[in-house]
Design a protein around this ligand. Structure first.
Ligand code: SF4
Ligand code: FE2
Length: 632
């Protein structure tokens, strides 16, 4: 079977051919069954917010119905649909974060949920104004901080605490434009209210309310998710890992962890180290237990433990099709509902674990913070006992994997910069100043955050990799998260050797600082790390982040979470380039608001560009304009 969307992927063709032989259905069969996708939906002009509808208005102004039954026009319908995507995305990231904070609320010294980065705990407690943050007993402090974090979701007054990390200029802009995000649940609820039938119809107002909600994700839920995961599971530091389907080991019990929340994955990794389980695996004829990761669970676990990355979003089915996975263990987000049926084509057990994402079709073992390790032990036992059921005739693991470096948290990046500064004894330690210095000096032309998913509207991984390859050639350093990071890993861009694919300036920086030109910063909630480092750079120079030559890019995005992210990145003053066009073109007014007009009041805007090379040309122009304006 050949598929032009997968041309770029060396393993895809064999994998899909095997699926066909095995009688397994994949996303490509289902995509073909969809035939032409709905033009109204694509343009964002289909409304089913009330039961007088669904109403669809013309995606081309002046042709066909211009209003729904209630009178809503294309601008209102598009803006409401877009805003509801933000609400969905914000709720997903933030609800994930809340689970992390709940685990921390119940953390105990005797574990398994415990405090592993005490320095970060004390730093954030101090940042949030907790008294005696330096001296309080660790767990009393952790519980107090967790309590405060839980208030960030529902407090009746005030705005998000982490907003104070932004430079004053940005904080003032948020206040002036009335988009400083309040409690996260409040923002989501209010936005759902505003987009209810018969509420807001003004598209600009809807956009601003959506952006405020998105900002409650980036500077609230996602940032809490990142920072509190670090406190409990350790702040990532640079380490080697490996990526692509070849990390699945034919001689081991293979457990695929897929989803987003590190609470479950951390327990599964702990359980797999249990000597009793390892012995059991050997008794069943395996050499041991091999945990491999996918999507953001994979990112969380590779960043902190070097767990191998089996692949990104579009490879979730291919993993099972290898016939060598004993169990797929999932929690929340980005999990195809198709997986249990696919697993049944092989011996694979599919285990869903979250009340919030119960996936029907195979097993359900409910995970809770109280019984986390017991749940994980049960899961590992099922996987190990399933090993003898593997059908050797169906095992075919593509012999392709790529070494990679991961683990570049903000702290890890600063450590690397310190190592250089230290040797020269001339500058302050513990800051991102050397990074801004090389950008200001023109050694680097700018920096780009490349993030997001895979989407069959783009050739898989191609858009990610092309954008990064072209940027590093042109001396733009890249930081990556999510499935974009895994695309980079598979393409060998996260290695020290990738410096040879860079322009001269970036090559010099990579050599001196001993880093790859593309830095893996973690999962999708860890885009908050990117926000943090950009804001630290702006702070060093005393300017608004909007003035820096930095961009956000999502070449192959697909989820509501990505819409929320794009909103908070633009809302933080960073121009954001989308390789998949959001469903807004049915309203030229709303489209213009996103791509041009919001620049005036936010200082940043969205750019839609499907062609990765043209996108990079636009980005370079954007960066050079910023450089000229800064006089650098
Ligand atoms: Fe139709 Fe208005 Fe109801 Fe939407 S809210 S379905 S446009 S009547
Ligand atoms: Fe993700």
């Amino acid at each position: 079977m050949s598929n032009e969307i997968l041309n770029y992927d060396k393993v895809a063709e064999a994998s899909l051919a095997k699926a066909q032989r095995d009688g397994a259905e994949t996303m490509w069969d289902r995509r073909a069954a969809q035939k032409t996708q709905c033009g109204f939906g694509e343009a964002g002009v289909c409304c089913r917010i009330c039961a007088m509808g669904p109403c669809r208005v013309s995606p081309v102004p002046g042709k066909g119905a211009e209003r729904g039954i209630c009178g809503a026009n294309a601008d209102t319908i598009v803006a409401r649909n877009f805003a509801r995507m933000v609400a969905g995305g914000t709720s997903a990231h933030s609800d994930h974060a809340r689970d992390i904070v709940h685990a921390m609320h119940g953390a105990k010294a005797e574990g398994p949920f415990k405090i592993r980065d005490e320095a970060k705990l004390r730093r954030i407690a101090g940042e949030w104004g907790i008294e005696a943050a330096d001296t309080k007993e660790t767990y009393a402090l952790a519980h107090e901080l967790a309590d405060m974090a839980l208030q960030e979701f529902g407090k009746p007054f005030g705005t998000q605490r982490f907003l104070k990390r932004a430079p004053i200029a940005r904080q003032e802009l948020w206040e002036r434009e009335r988009i400083a995000p309040r409690a996260i649940d409040m923002e989501v609820t209010t936005l759902m209210h505003s987009t209810h039938m018969g509420c807001a119809s003004d598209y600009e107002s809807l956009f601003r309310r959506g952006m405020r909600t998105g900002l409650s994700d980036g500077w609230g839920g996602s940032m809490i998710g990142t920072e509190f995961s670090d406190i409990m599971y350790g702040t990532p530091s640079a380490r080697p890992s490996s990526s692509n389907l070849g990390v699945i080991d034919a001689e081991m019990v293979n457990v695929l962890i897929h989803g987003h929340d590190p609470n479950l994955a951390e327990m599964v990794v702990l359980a797999a180290q249990n000597p009793e389980m390892v012995e059991l695996a050997k008794a069943k004829g395996a050499k041991g237990i091999n945990i491999v990761g996918m999507c953001c669970t994979g990112n969380e676990m590779t960043m902190r433990h070097g767990i191998k990355i089996a692949g990104n979003f579009y490879q979730q089915e291919m993993c099972i099709i290898t016939g060598a996975i004993e169990a797929v263990v999932v929690d929340v987000q980005c999990i195809f509902p198709a997986l249990p049926a696919l697993a049944k084509t092989y011996h694979t057990r599919f285990i869903s674990t979250s009340q919030k994402a119960k996936i029907s079709g195979d097993m359900y073992i409910e995970f809770s913070e109280e019984t986390g390790l017991e749940n994980a032990n049960e899961i590992i036992k099922i996987a190990v006992e399933n090993f003898p059921n593997r059908d050797a005739a169906k095992v075919e693991i593509p012999d392709i994997k790529q070494d990679t470096m991961v683990g570049y948290s903000v702290e890890a990046i600063i450590d690397h910069l310190d190592a250089v500064v230290n040797s020269q004894l001339e500058d302050e330690l513990g800051t991102v100043k050397p990074l801004t210095d090389v950008i200001y000096a023109g050694v680097l032309r700018g920096a780009a955050g490349v993030v997001g998913c895979n989407n069959p509207k783009q050739q898989h991984d191609y858009a990610h990799v092309k954008v990064m390859e072209e940027l590093i050639k042109r001396d733009v350093i890249c930081v990556v998260t999510g499935c974009a990071a895994q695309a980079a890993a598979k393409a060998g861009l996260l290695t020290l050797e990738a410096k040879d694919r860079c322009g001269r300036g970036l090559l010099e920086v990579c050599e001196r600082v001993n880093i790859p030109p593309v830095l893996h910063m973690g999962s999708c909630v860890d885009i908050s790390r990117i926000l943090h480092i950009v804001n630290l750079c702006a702070d060093v120079r005393g300017i608004d982040p909007a003035l820096l030559p930095v961009v956000g890019i999502a070449p192959e995005w697909m989820s509501e979470k990505a819409v929320s992210i794009a909103n908070y990145v633009v809302g933080s003053g960073i121009n954001t380039y989308l390789g998949v066009i959001p469903q807004v073109l049915g309203s030229p007014n709303f489209t213009k608001l996103l791509t041009e007009d919001c620049q005036e009041f936010i200082g940043a805007h969205f750019v839609f560009e499907k062609d990765p090379i043209v996108m990079v040309d636009k980005i370079m122009e954007d960066m050079e304009e910023k450089r000229t304006a800064l006089g650098i």
